[in-house]
Design a binder for this molecule. Structure first.
Ligand SMILES: C[S@@+](CC[C@H](N)C(=O)[O-])C[C@H]1O[C@@H](n2cnc3c(N)ncnc32)[C@H](O)[C@@H]1O
Length: 349
C-alpha cells in the first residue's frame, strides 16, 4: 500500500462502473478532471457533447462584438456559471479592468472562482459574488462606480443540468429539487405537495405553454404517494400522455421538458427576478454602456425584448438589437445546447 505523503494525500481511487464505459455523471472521471485528461475531454466536445462538470459558453464571439470591450472597463457578468464568458471578457479588459461575476449557486460558484484564480486572475480584476442579479444595485456600494458593460446568460449551466443530485433533468434520476440555490427555500418535491391541480396547471401553462397542462396537473395530484424524484415525475407525464390518442413519443418528451422548465422557473422565481433586473439595470450603467442578454425560451426573450423596446421609447437606451442574434449553424451543430439561444443587446443612452 503506498504511503500517504503530502504528494499523494489527495489521491482518490476512481469510482468503479459496470461495463467498458462510464455512463453516470459521477463515473465520468476523465471529463470531471479537465486538466489531466485534456485530449479525452476534447473528444467529448468534438462529438457535440458537453464534458461532465463543465459548461461551454455560447455565442462568445457575438457577445464580445456586442460588448465592444476595452482595457480598463468595469462591468458585470450576472450569471457567472463555469466562467467561460468571464474568462473571455477578462482577456479584453486587462490589465486594469474588472469583472464582477455573480451567481446564486453556492455549489458551483466556489469551484468557478477557484478555477479562475488558478488561471491567474486576482481580486483586482475578478470578483466573485454569490448573489441574485435582482440585487444588482447593492453591488454599486462595493464598486463605487457605474458599470461599462453587463452580460446575463440566463437559465441553468450544464453542470447544474448534468448533476443528478440537483434534480434539473428528467433524463437522470435524482431528487426533484430544481433550485439554483439549494440552501434557500424548498425543493419542487415539497412545493408540489402544497399546490392543487388548478395551480399546477397554471404554472405549466404560464411558464412553458404546456398544452397538456390540466391533464398532467391532474395526474400529479391523483398520484398515489408523494412525487419525490425526477424519474417519478417524468414517468407520471409519460404514462398519462401515452393513454392519449395522437400523442407520439416526441410530443411526450417535449411535455416532460416543458413541465421541468415550468417548475424550475417557478421554484426560482425566474421571471420575477428577471423583471426586477430589467427594471433596475439602467440605473447601474454609465452612458454608452453595452448590455447583452442570452435567452433560451420565449418567456425570457419576450421580457428582454419588451424592456429594451420600452427603454428606447423612454430615452433610456440609444439603440437596441433590431432582431435577436442567433448562434451560427456551426455552433448549433457542435453544441446542440446552444440551438435555441437568442442574443439581444442594448446601448445605454
Ligand atoms: C447558462 S449559465 C451561465 C454560464 C456562463 N455564462 C458560462 O460561460 O459558464 C447560468 C448561470 O446563471 C446562474 N443564475 C441564474 N439565475 C440567476 C440569478 N437570478 N442571479 C444570479 N445567478 C443566476 C445559474 O446558477 C447558472 O450558474
Amino acid at each position: 500500500m503506498p504511503e500517504l505523503t503530502p504528494q499523494n494525500a489527495d489521491y482518490k481511487r476512481r469510482i468503479r462502473y459496470k461495463g467498458t464505459h462510464p455512463r453516470r455523471f459521477e463515473e465520468k472521471y476523465k471529463e470531471l478532471c479537465v486538466d489531466k485528461y485534456a485530449d479525452d475531454v476534447q473528444k467529448v466536445i468534438s462529438r457535440g457533447q458537453t464534458p461532465a462538470g463543465t459548461h461551454r459558453p455560447i455565442c462568445v464571439k457575438e457577445i464580445l462584438d456586442v460588448l465592444d470591450l476595452k482595457p480598463g472597463m468595469i462591468g458585470v457578468d450576472a450569471t457567472l456559471g463555469y466562467g467561460g464568458h468571464t474568462h473571455e471578457i477578462l482577456q479584453k479588459i486587462l490589465p486594469d479592468g474588472k469583472v464582477y461575476g455573480l451567481d446564486v449557486d453556492p455549489v458551483e460558484l466556489p469551484k468557478t472562482e477557484a478555477r479562475l484564480r488558478s488561471l491567474g486572475f486576482e481580486e483586482n480584476n475578478f470578483i466573485a459574488r454569490r448573489m441574485n442579479f435582482a440585487g444588482l444595485p447593492q453591488l454599486l456600494n462595493e464598486s463605487h462606480c457605474l458599470f461599462d458593460f453587463f452580460l446575463a446568460d440566463l437559465g441553468v449551466s450544464s453542470m447544474q443540468i448534468d448533476t443528478p443530485d440537483r434534480g434539473f433533468s428528467f433524463k437522470l434520476d435524482g431528487p426533484l429539487d430544481l433550485r439554483l440555490n439549494p440552501q434557500r427555500g424548498f425543493p419542487v418535491s415539497s412545493i408540489i405537495k402544497t399546490l392543487n391541480s388548478e395551480e399546477l396547471a397554471a404554472i405549466f401553462h404560464d411558464n412553458a405553454d404546456e398544452p397538456w397542462c390540466h391533464v398532467i396537473a391532474d395526474a400529479i395530484c391523483k398520484y398515489d404517494g408523494p412525487v419525490t424524484t425526477t424519474k417519478q415525475l417524468a414517468s407520471i407525464i409519460h404514462s398519462t400522455l401515452t393513454q392519449r390518442k395522437n400523442v407520439n413519443p416526441d410530443d411526450i418528451k417535449k411535455s416532460q421538458q416543458r413541465v421541468f422548465q415550468a417548475l424550475r422557473i417557478y421554484v426560482n422565481n425566474e421571471y420575477g427576478v428577471l423583471d426586477q433586473l430589467l427594471n433596475l439595470l439602467p440605473s447601474c450603467l454609465n452612458p454608452g454602456a453595452r448590455i447583452a442578454f442570452l435567452t433560451f425560451h420565449s418567456g425570457e426573450d419576450r421580457r428582454v425584448k419588451k424592456a429594451f423596446q420600452d427603454g428606447v421609447r423612454n430615452g433610456i437606451y440609444s439603440s437596441i438589437a433590431p432582431t435577436p442574434v442567433r448562434p451560427t449553424n456551426e455552433e448549433k451543430r457542435s453544441n446542440p445546447r446552444s440551438s435555441c439561444a437568442k442574443l439581444r443587446w442594448a446601448i445605454k443612452q
